[in-house]
Design a protein around this ligand. Structure first.
Ligand SMILES: Cc1cc2nc3c(=O)[nH]c(=O)nc-3n(C[C@H](O)[C@H](O)[C@H](O)COP(=O)(O)OP(=O)(O)OC[C@H]3O[C@@H](n4cnc5c(N)ncnc54)[C@H](O)[C@@H]3O)c2cc1C
Length: 282
């Protein structure tokens, strides 16, 4: 492991952005990914390590009109119990309940989960399904990027080195929107997903609309399920539709064979979890 020469802990986004503009900086939030990656030598620290946990503007969940704002420092534990999340984004709370263990959830931030950019990052999948944007701040100002366009490959994003992820913004889902999150791994807890699905829509008089689907761990980045969405939109949610949606989902994902599961098995899991969620929302 290389050595850190300067440690800083700014109290505002402005100070953090100025530090990022001044030179190479490694950002740490909860450290649950970073410590393992630097410890194993997979990544090296920059000379300056910046702890962002003291920035109050990046904490907590709030609502302003029709927009829900989740500060990047919000922990997975907070997402699990927050009243705004429970009321408007319950699929995020469901994800938090399936994430790691209490100890890891207490330290893990949603911003760290997104910036780590793992194809299997659990926090990403329901937020993508809800159509979230990320808010990136730099010394030049803020920009919003759709979460579905944020990832470019495993561990890679469109975020520049001088940018800090400060928040996630989500428009309030349509009235009656209902969804679910499915995650499968060989153990019930402390498991990285072999495959995951977040799916939701509004079911009225048996017909599903406002459909949105996202998948995790079945491609180089978390992905939107455009074909599954198109197949479901406006359909009567019966056995035939559910089965066709499971088939479409298993066909549109692009998993690989690796030590944790075969591509065939991941497609099978996607089909089963898609059908299960649709069965529950109907
Ligand atoms: C035992 C164990 C179990 C786990 N289980 C799960 C699980 O079930 N599901 C899952 O998805 N993950 C899991 N993880 C991975 C990890 O806990 C999460 O990805 C976590 O949310 C990362 O957040 P963090 O605050 O700890 O990030 P950190 O480790 O602090 O940072 C991660 C990366 O993001 C960057 N970064 C952090 N915050 C920002 C920011 N605001 N702006 C810009 N860059 C930033 C850092 O520089 C670093 O590159 C597990 C990890 C462990 C050790």
């Amino acid at each position: 492991m290389n050595t850190v020469e300067n440690y800083i802990a700014p109290g505002s986004i402005e100070e953090a952005a100025a530090a990022l503009a001044a030179g190479p900086v490694t950002i740490v939030a909860g450290g649950t990914d970073l410590m393992l990656q630097t410890g194993s030598g997979a990544i090296a620290y920059a000379k300056t390590l910046m702890n962002v946990r003291r920035i109050a503007e990046m904490q907590g969940v709030s609502i302003d009109g029709d927009t829900i704002r989740i500060g990047a420092l919000t922990t997975i534990t907070e997402l699990k119990s927050d009243a705004i999340i429970a009321e408007h984004l319950p699929v995020v709370a469901e994800m938090a309940d399936k994430f790691a263990s209490d100890q890891i959830r207490n330290a893990s931030t949603i911003g760290g989960n997104i910036c780590n950019a793992s194809p299997a990052g659990d926090g990403i999948v329901p937020l993508m399904m809800y159509g979230a944007d990320v808010v990136l701040a730099s010394a030049k100002g803020n920009r919003n990027v759709a979460l579905s366009e944020f990832f470019t490959g495993p561990g890679k994003t469109v975020k520049a080195d001088n940018e800090l992820l400060v928040a996630i913004e989500i428009a309030k889902p349509a009235a009656g929107f209902k969804g679910g999150f499915g995650k499968f791994g060989p153990r019930p807890a402390l498991e990285i997903a072999m495959a995951s699905v977040a799916l939701g829509g509004v079911v009225k008089d048996g017909v599903i609309s406002n459909v949105s689907v996202a998948f995790g761990a079945v491609g180089p980045t978390p992905m939107m399920g455009a074909k599954t969405t198109a197949l479901l939109e406006g359909k009567t949610l019966n056995e035939e539709t559910i089965s066709a949606a499971g088939e479409a989902a298993s066909e549109e994902v692009t998993p690989i064979d690796d030590v944790r599961a075969s591509a065939w098995y991941r497609r099978h899991l996607i089909r089963v979890m898609t059908e299960e969620i649709l069965n529950d929302v109907g």
